[in-house]
Design a protein around this ligand. Structure first.
Ligand SMILES: *[C@@H]1O[C@H](CO)[C@@H](O)[C@H](O)[C@H]1NC(C)=O
Ligand SMILES: *[C@@H]1O[C@H](CO)[C@@H](O)[C@H](O)[C@H]1NC(C)=O
Ligand SMILES: *[C@@H]1O[C@H](CO)[C@@H](O)[C@H](O)[C@H]1NC(C)=O
Ligand SMILES: *[C@@H]1O[C@H](CO)[C@@H](O)[C@H](O)[C@H]1NC(C)=O
Ligand SMILES: *[C@@H]1O[C@H](CO)[C@@H](O)[C@H](O)[C@H]1NC(C)=O
Ligand SMILES: *[C@@H]1O[C@H](CO)[C@@H](O)[C@H](O)[C@H]1NC(C)=O
Ligand SMILES: *[C@@H]1O[C@H](CO)[C@@H](O)[C@H](O)[C@H]1NC(C)=O
Length: 316
């Protein structure tokens, strides 16, 4: 104990520490011989390998026993998220700022949209999704009639987006004050969040939903199509008008319900493009909402639920 109370200078302490790190007298590193360190490392390595394998095995067994085609039983409908492209974020605010006189800048914007639309290429869609869908009707599929035990998906053609398709105008309007944005509704399907709960109620669930459609249907299956409605929150004077593609910003019913990635591997989300006509200061805050009576949009904790808010600003 006496040694503890002894006043020691800083230099001595440093020396002590140095001694602790590497004790040349006894050949110890941090109080242990290299040999012991090797043993300790090996022990921990083995320990973590075993733990990780056990964990992975448990997860694997859990996943394996779940029927991947069987969707969850949804007792509470979750509203779909809404996203906007170009997806140029600035901290937490979505800001679509561009300089229409700067070729490099508008090229960047149009490149983002062009890349985003690659899966919607008309040629690609007519090859992958050649099923003859009936527009204006839900596309219920109780059986797996498509090849390889899957279900059909309806095509969504890039050309549907008209002058915002990037086909006639490769710039998507970003070389002018009339830019296009693309709104996408995320797929509605529950994730693995309730896996445990699902496992417990598994037999009940399978009994419940075998060949029953329990996935999201906009407007509770009443047969009216959901649509995108954009409103100007700030800078109303700076927006002369806007146009939706397809007409009225509607998302055709034939894209619903979505049965999941495994059942519908070629599914593409329907899109809505909006072309804005900016004037004066050319700056506005815009909200685009997905309209359907069963889509919530006022979730404080999830600002992207059912809607998206973004700033749109054109410089010159
Ligand atoms: C926009 O680009 C033009 C041409 O490159 C440049 O002269 C102008 O200063 C830019 N405007 C802004 C606000 O950066
Ligand atoms: C769509 O795909 C076809 C064939 O792969 C290609 O020739 C065409 O240029 C693509 N169109 C666009 C707009 O990228
Ligand atoms: C799709 O259905 C429409 C209307 O029923 C029909 O005119 C068209 O020929 C069909 N196309 C194909 C490829 O079967
Ligand atoms: C913008 O690009 C389109 C398509 O390339 C072109 O037709 C149009 O004249 C351009 N507008 C301006 C202001 O450069
Ligand atoms: C739609 O379904 C939800 C959930 O079942 C229900 O709360 C809501 O009242 C229904 N709305 C209409 C218009 O039927
Ligand atoms: C779009 O939203 C605005 C503001 O909430 C509302 O006044 C308008 O009626 C809506 N338009 C449609 C077609 O739903
Ligand atoms: C678009 O909306 C208007 C007004 O609600 C309606 O009269 C028109 O039929 C709609 N067009 C399409 C293609 O749905």
């Amino acid at each position: 104990m006496a040694t503890l109370k002894e006043k020691r200078t800083c230099g001595q302490r440093c020396q002590d520490f140095g001694h602790f790190v590497w004790n040349s007298d006894e050949g110890k590193i941090m109080g242990r011989t290299p040999e012991r360190w090797v043993y300790i490392s090996l022990y921990y390595a083995a320990f973590y390998v075993v733990m990780t394998s056990l964990f992975s095995l448990a997860i694997y067994v859990l996943m394996y026993t779940l029927d991947p085609y069987t969707p969850d039983y949804q007792d509470r409908l979750k509203s779909p998220g809404v996203m906007v492209w170009p997806d140029t974020y600035n901290d937490e605010v979505l800001e679509i700022n561009y300089n229409m006189s700067d070729k490099k800048d508008w090229m960047k914007m149009s490149k983002i949209l062009q890349d985003f639309l690659i899966p919607y290429n008309d040629t690609k869609q007519s090859q992958c999704n050649h099923y003859n869908c009936t527009t204006g009707k839900y596309f219920f599929q109780h059986k797996f009639n498509a090849p390889k035990h899957t279900k059909w998906s309806c095509p969504f053609y890039q050309s549907t987006l008209g002058s915002c398709s990037g086909l006639d105008d490769h710039t998507f309007g970003y070389n002018t004050s009339q830019p296009c944005v693309i709104i996408k509704m995320n797929r509605v399907r529950q994730g693995y969040g309730r896996t445990i709960q699902r496992l417990i109620g598994r037999f009940e669930v399978i009994a419940h939903c075998s060949s029953q459609i329990i996935n999201f249907l906009p407007n509770n299956g009443t047969g009216s199509a959901p649509y995108v409605n954009c409103t100007i929150l700030e800078g109303e004077d700076n927006v002369r008008g806007y146009t939706y593609y397809p007409v009225n910003g509607s998302l055709d019913l034939s894209y619903f319900p979505y049965y999941g990635k495994l059942a519908q591997p070629t599914y593409v989300n329907p899109l809505v493009a909006v072309k804005f006509d900016l004037v004066n200061q050319r700056h506005a805050v815009i909200q685009c909402r997905l309209m359907a009576n069963n889509i919530a949009y006022q979730n404080f904790y999830d600002p992207y639920e059912g809607k998206v808010i973004f700033h749109l600003k054109a410089f010159s």
